[in-house]
Design a protein around this ligand. Structure first.
Ligand code: RIB
Ligand code: CA
Length: 316
């Protein structure tokens, strides 16, 4: 099977951690690089978390390059420690990785990979889009070589999760999201419309928790997320936003998408960070974004749990 080169740009983060493990459990993709970004917690912590999650899965060989510590223009008002834990992994302290970060800045490492890869590279962006916006601005020729850009972010019909209007990743850096969504890249927007219905239940978590120590650690990381979801949303499981985006990156076509014009509200009113998705028609614009509007949530959850079981068993 030809494996698709994959980069994950991430702000671990509990669901980011699960998404990283899912990528490592999937033979369809070859994780070539992880780039870190500010977001759920501060950059130094998201970077440390990325190193430790890769090490947990025995993949400290995957380079980790450090990206933007803050938003492009306006400082991000707050982090998401109340959701992901102060250190970003639900209070779980994973063993430290022996690996050091890549000496190159994230944007340079990403540009180098895009320029050197003979195969089109899929980039899964599952945090604020600051690094991707910088790539577009500093290395436009490299950005144009992206095979697919799968973004976890935004919302077409479900409002927001960090404010009434905005989804966290877009809200954390609306100016960056605006640059990315109008760049004309082959972008899939995996927003709250498809992530909120896709709930990983306790029973699913228990399946991979029982499959081996890495599954048990992943379940432990998810525990705080589960408590937050149950108390905040009243759901009987967790919404693993980033893992659904990675599922689309791993298996293109998992989600039903429609090409739409997407505008990001970069104002400073109540709508800041909102993704205004024009659903009046299918867009023919070269800068249209493939917006995910349909999902088989049960199939997506089964895909995730089965892969996590397999990974945990292989590492036990
Ligand atoms: O809105 C969900 C997104 O915000 C996910 O990427 C999660 O990790 C948080 O960063
Ligand atoms: Ca994330």
């Amino acid at each position: 099977m030809a494996r698709t080169p994959l980069v994950i740009d991430t702000d671990p983060g509990i669901d980011d951690a699960l998404a990283l493990l899912l990528a490592l459990a999937s033979p369809e993709v070859d994780l070539r690089l992880v780039t870190t970004v500010h977001g759920n917690v501060e950059l130094a912590q998201t970077t440390e978390n990325a190193l430790r999650v890769l090490h947990l899965a025995g993949r400290s060989d995957v380079p980790v390059a450090v990206g933007a510590r803050s938003s492009l223009v306006h400082p991000q008002p707050e982090r998401a420690g109340h959701v992901h834990g102060a250190a970003g992994l639900g209070g779980v302290v994973l063993p430290p990785s022996p690996a050091a970060v890549d000496p190159r800045p994230a944007v340079t490492a990403l540009a180098d990979l895009l320029e050197s890869s003979a195969e089109p590279v899929t980039v899964a962006a599952i945090g604020p889009l600051t690094n991707i916006a910088l790539l577009v601005s500093v290395y436009p020729d490299a950005a144009a070589r992206i095979g697919r850009l799968v973004v976890m972010g935004g919302s077409a019909t479900r409002g927001g999760n960090v404010t009434g209007a905005a989804e966290f990743n877009v809200w954390a850096d609306p100016e960056a999201a605006a640059v990315v969504f109008r760049a004309g890249l082959p972008t899939v927007m995996v927003g709250l419309d498809v992530t909120l219905p896709t709930v990983l239940t306790e029973a699913g978590i228990a399946r991979f928790a029982a499959a081996g120590p890495v599954g048990a650690q992943a379940a432990a990381v998810l525990a705080q997320y589960l408590d937050h979801a149950t108390s905040s949303y009243g759901t009987d499981g967790v919404v693993v936003h980033d893992a659904l985006a990675l599922t689309e990156a791993i298996v293109p076509g998992t989600l039903d998408v429609v090409r739409r014009d997407v505008v990001v509200d970069t104002g400073h009113g109540a709508g800041r960070g909102q993704t205004l998705v024009d659903r009046r028609a299918v867009s023919t614009s070269p800068t249209a974004v493939a917006v995910a509007e349909g999902v088989d949530s049960a199939a997506a959850v089964e895909f995730l749990v089965t892969r996590m079981e397999r990974l945990a068993a292989s590492l036990s």
